[in-house]
Design a protein. Structure first.
Length: 323
C-alpha cells in the first residue's frame, strides 16, 4: 500500500511539474515578446550597468520635496551655453506656480587633458546652480545609450518620490505649461508618451550614421519607440527600464530605440502624445518657426539653438495665456 501511494505521489508531482513547465514555455509571463531569455554577455552588460560608473558630481537630495516633474537633460560637457539657455527658459526655478518641477543636466567626461579643465568649470557651474550630474563614462554620441540608462538608474535610486520624468534635449522648445496640464495627477502606472515611431528598422548600409550590423541587431524591424528629442514617463518605469531589461537587451548605439527595446521587454507600449479632442500631435519632431499661439498648443518643438530659445521664451512666458 505504501509503495502504491508513493507512486501516486510521484505521478502527481510529475504532472504538476509538467503543467508548470508548459505554462512557462507558452510565454504566459512574457506574452509581449517571444524572443529567448538569454542574458547578454558580462562584458556587454558592464557597458550598460550603473555599477560600472562613478559620480563626479551628484545631486542626491534633488528630489527631497517629491517633485511633480523632473526634467532630465543630456548635454555635452562643454556646452554651458545650452545649459544657461535651459536655466533661463523652461528649466527656470518655479516656472509653473504651485507645481514642483526640477531639472538636472546629465554629463559624461572628455578624453585627455581638456577634461580636467572642463570638470573644474562644471564644478564651478554646479556650485552656482546645483543641477549637474557628472559621471565618468566618455561623453560621446555612441555613449548616449549609456547616458540614458544612467538617467533611468538615477531616478530609480534617488528620485522615486517624483510623479513624472521627462527626458528632453537641450535644443528643444518645451511648452512646460501645456505639459503640466496634460499630465494626469495622480499618475497612473507604466505610462510613457511622446512621438511614437512604429515603423523603424535597422540600416544595413555600413556607411549610414545609424548602421547596425546583423550581429548587433538581428531583427529586421524595431519595436515601437519614442523619438529621443523629448518623452515623458511615470517614475515607476525608470526602475523597470534600468534593471530588468538591461541584462537581456544588448546595447545598441541608438538610445531611443534602446529604450523601445527595454519597453518591449517589460511589456509596456509607448502612447502617442495627442491632444484630447482633435488628436493633434503634441510632440513636434520638426522645427517650426516660433509662433506664440501655435506653440501654445504643442508640448515640444525641436531644433531651438540657445539664442533662439532665449529670444522667444520671454514672449511666450508672458503671453501664452492670451492665445
Ligand atoms: C563609452 O564610455 C566608456 C567608459 O568611459 C568608454 O570606455 C567607451 O569607449 C565609450 N564608448 C564610446 C563608443 O564612446
Amino acid at each position: 500500500m505504501r509503495v502504491h501511494s508513493l507512486a501516486k505521489y510521484l505521478l502527481l508531482v510529475g504532472f504538476i511539474t509538467f503543467l508548470v513547465n508548459a505554462f512557462l514555455k507558452t510565454g504566459y509571463f512574457d506574452s509581449k515578446n517571444n524572443d529567448k531569455q538569454t542574458p547578454i554577455t558580462a562584458d556587454l552588460f558592464k557597458v550598460i550597468s550603473p555599477s560600472t560608473y562613478r559620480f563626479i558630481l551628484n545631486q542626491p537630495a534633488a528630489c527631497e520635496q517629491n517633485p511633480d516633474l523632473v526634467l532630465l537633460v543630456p548635454v555635452a560637457p562643454g556646452d554651458s551655453e545650452s545649459r544657461n539657455a535651459v536655466r533661463g527658459t523652461w528649466g527656470k526655478r518655479d516656472v509653473v506656480p504651485n507645481k514642483k518641477i526640477i531639472k538636472l543636466f546629465f554629463i559624461g567626461v572628455l578624453e585627455g587633458e581638456q577634461n580636467d579643465k572642463v570638470n573644474d568649470g562644471l564644478t564651478r557651474e554646479n556650485l552656482l546652480h546645483g543641477d549637474i550630474i557628472l559621471m565618468d563614462f566618455l561623453d560621446s554620441y555612441h555613449n548616449l545609450t549609456v547616458k540614458t540608462m544612467m538617467m533611468m538608474s538615477w531616478i530609480a535610486n534617488y528620485c522615486r518620490s517624483a510623479s513624472y520624468v521627462m527626458k528632453i534635449d537641450a535644443d528643444i522648445f518645451l511648452n512646460i505649461y501645456y505639459l503640466i496640464n496634460f499630465l494626469p495627477f495622480p499618475p497612473k502606472a507604466n505610462f510613457i508618451t511622446g512621438s511614437v515611431i512604429n515603423d523603424g528598422a535597422p540600416r544595413r548600409n555600413a556607411k549610414s550614421k545609424w548602421y547596425l550590423s546583423e550581429e548587433v541587431y538581428p531583427d529586421s524591424t524595431f519595436p515601437p519607440y519614442l523619438s529621443g528629442a523629448g518623452y515623458v514617463f511615470t517614475t515607476d518605469l525608470a526602475a523597470k527600464i534600468s534593471l530588468a531589461p538591461s541584462r537581456y537587451v544588448r546595447p545598441i548605439p541608438m538610445e531611443d530605440v534602446y529604450v523601445g527595446l527595454c519597453l518591449k521587454k517589460v511589456g509596456v507600449r509607448p502612447v502617442y502624445g495627442r491632444s484630447m479632442f482633435w488628436l493633434r500631435n503634441l510632440f513636434e519632431v520638426r522645427h517650426l518657426p516660433y509662433d506664440r499661439c501655435a506653440f501654445a498648443k504643442l508640448i515640444i518643438v525641436t531644433d531651438f539653438p540657445p539664442a533662439e530659445l532665449l529670444r522667444t521664451w520671454s514672449d511666450f512666458e508672458k503671453e501664452h495665456d492670451a492665445c
